[in-house]
Design a protein around this ligand. Structure first.
Ligand SMILES: *[C@@H]1O[C@H](CO)[C@@H](O)[C@H](O)[C@H]1NC(C)=O
Ligand SMILES: *[C@@H]1O[C@H](CO)[C@@H](O)[C@H](O)[C@H]1NC(C)=O
Ligand SMILES: *[C@@H]1O[C@H](CO)[C@@H](O)[C@H](O)[C@H]1NC(C)=O
Ligand SMILES: *[C@@H]1O[C@H](CO)[C@@H](O)[C@H](O)[C@H]1NC(C)=O
Ligand SMILES: *[C@@H]1O[C@H](CO)[C@@H](O)[C@H](O)[C@H]1NC(C)=O
Ligand SMILES: *[C@@H]1O[C@H](CO)[C@@H](O)[C@H](O)[C@H]1NC(C)=O
Ligand SMILES: *[C@@H]1O[C@H](CO)[C@@H](O)[C@H](O)[C@H]1NC(C)=O
Length: 289
């Protein structure tokens, strides 16, 4: 049930990347935007968490002790405890970065999670500002109002690799924080991202990325679908250098944070995690062409 859409979106992603490479050969920002769009589709975040995702900037997430994180990178619970740094690189000079923004980190659970059940909200800042200078532009994560202070991911043991989306929304003047999420220091809880965006009048997602964090040993084996995926990607894969990121093996005991509602098949999540690794390897290859 998962495999057909995965392979399809994967094939589309490959086409998009090749096109991006052809027309904007040396533009890593343009490629970065194509890549993150492909990542969100391929990881199932679009359309289930976000109906659409057309960012106008690349979001760079950085954890102390880890450095800059690549889209979908698997991190351990320990690695994601500090408040991360965020910066944005606009797609081009006509993208205006000004005004206020809302930062959200939401646990979309393992691949296949029914997002209509909501997401655990690990971070929610209204009124964040972005430095006005040379790229990359720093997001001031301690400006604005921390409705929910950053709380590092702590998925339930054995619930598989959870996808944590970090999103930067334009926050227009007409934005109004909805009841229940209008007070600084509101604890981590489950909310519904799409309802929040709709009810508060938030603008478009300007930039976003995601990470994966699992709690417990990942003892899945490479699934049979990998052959299909390899052939889909044969050209970029052949030139790919560099290894993909490895799976998380976070085993620390959880600290803050309630687990998200867990999804259906964690086996499907594993499959997609390995698909994603091939994808990242292929992408790395493109950058080195
Ligand atoms: C792709 O690259 C080829 C050769 O450089 C060029 O002729 C063609 O116009 C490019 N296509 C696009 C869509 O940029
Ligand atoms: C700049 O980037 C935005 C967002 O990706 C895009 O919609 C727009 O067409 C781009 N403008 C130019 C002049 O390239
Ligand atoms: C790359 O993006 C920049 C803006 O960030 C733009 O000015 C430039 O024309 C782009 N280069 C190419 C080769 O598309
Ligand atoms: C910085 O802010 C000023 C005033 O708000 C604005 O005119 C200018 O275009 C901004 N520069 C950049 C690079 O966004
Ligand atoms: C962004 O933050 C880094 C580290 O704090 C700093 O070195 C850099 O100058 C900042 N960049 C801008 C554009 O403010
Ligand atoms: C993983 O291994 C542990 C112990 O070795 C076992 O209890 C668990 O059921 C395994 N999980 C899966 C998904 O195979
Ligand atoms: C690739 O991974 C293998 C095993 O994990 C490692 O031995 C090798 O050094 C890696 N190669 C690169 C280029 O990172």
């Amino acid at each position: 049930m998962f495999f057909a859409p995965v392979v399809l979106s994967f094939a589309l992603a490959s086409v998009k990347l090749v096109a991006a490479q052809n027309s904007t050969a040396s533009n890593n920002t343009a490629l970065g935007i194509e890549a993150i769009e492909a990542h969100f589709s391929q990881a199932g975040l679009v359309p289930s968490l976000l109906a659409t995702f057309n960012p106008s900037a690349v979001l760079t997430l950085s954890y102390s002790g880890v450095g800059d994180v690549s889209p979908g990178q698997a991190l351990t619970q320990q690695q994601v405890q500090p408040v991360p740094g965020l910066s944005v690189t606009p797609a081009n000079s006509s993208v205006e970065i000004s005004g206020t923004y809302t930062i959200v980190m939401a646990d979309a659970g393992p691949v296949g999670t029914d997002e209509s059940q909501g997401q655990t909200r690990h971070w929610l800042v209204n009124g964040a500002t972005i430095s006005n200078g040379s790229s990359p532009l720093n997001v001031s994560t301690d400006s604005g109002v921390a409705i929910t202070k950053y709380g590092g991911p702590a998925p339930a043991a054995g619930s598989g690799p959870h996808r944590y989306a970090i999103l930067l929304f334009a926050q227009p003047n007409s934005f109004k924080a909805p009841d229940g999420l209008n007070t600084a220091g509101t604890p981590i809880s489950v909310f519904n991202l799409q309802d929040y965006v709709k009810n508060s009048g938030l603008g478009a997602v300007v930039a976003g990325t995601y990470i994966t964090v699992a709690n417990g040993a990942d003892n899945s084996s490479i699934p049979a679908t990998s052959a299909v995926v390899s052939s889909t990607l044969s050209a970029p894969q052949a030139t790919g250098s560099g290894n993909s990121t490895t799976k998380a093996s976070g085993s620390g005991s959880g600290s803050s944070g309630a687990p998200s509602p867990t999804g259906s098949s964690s086996a499907a999540g594993m499959t997609i995690a390995s698909v994603q690794n091939v994808f990242i390897a292929a992408l790395a290859g493109l950058f080195f062409l």
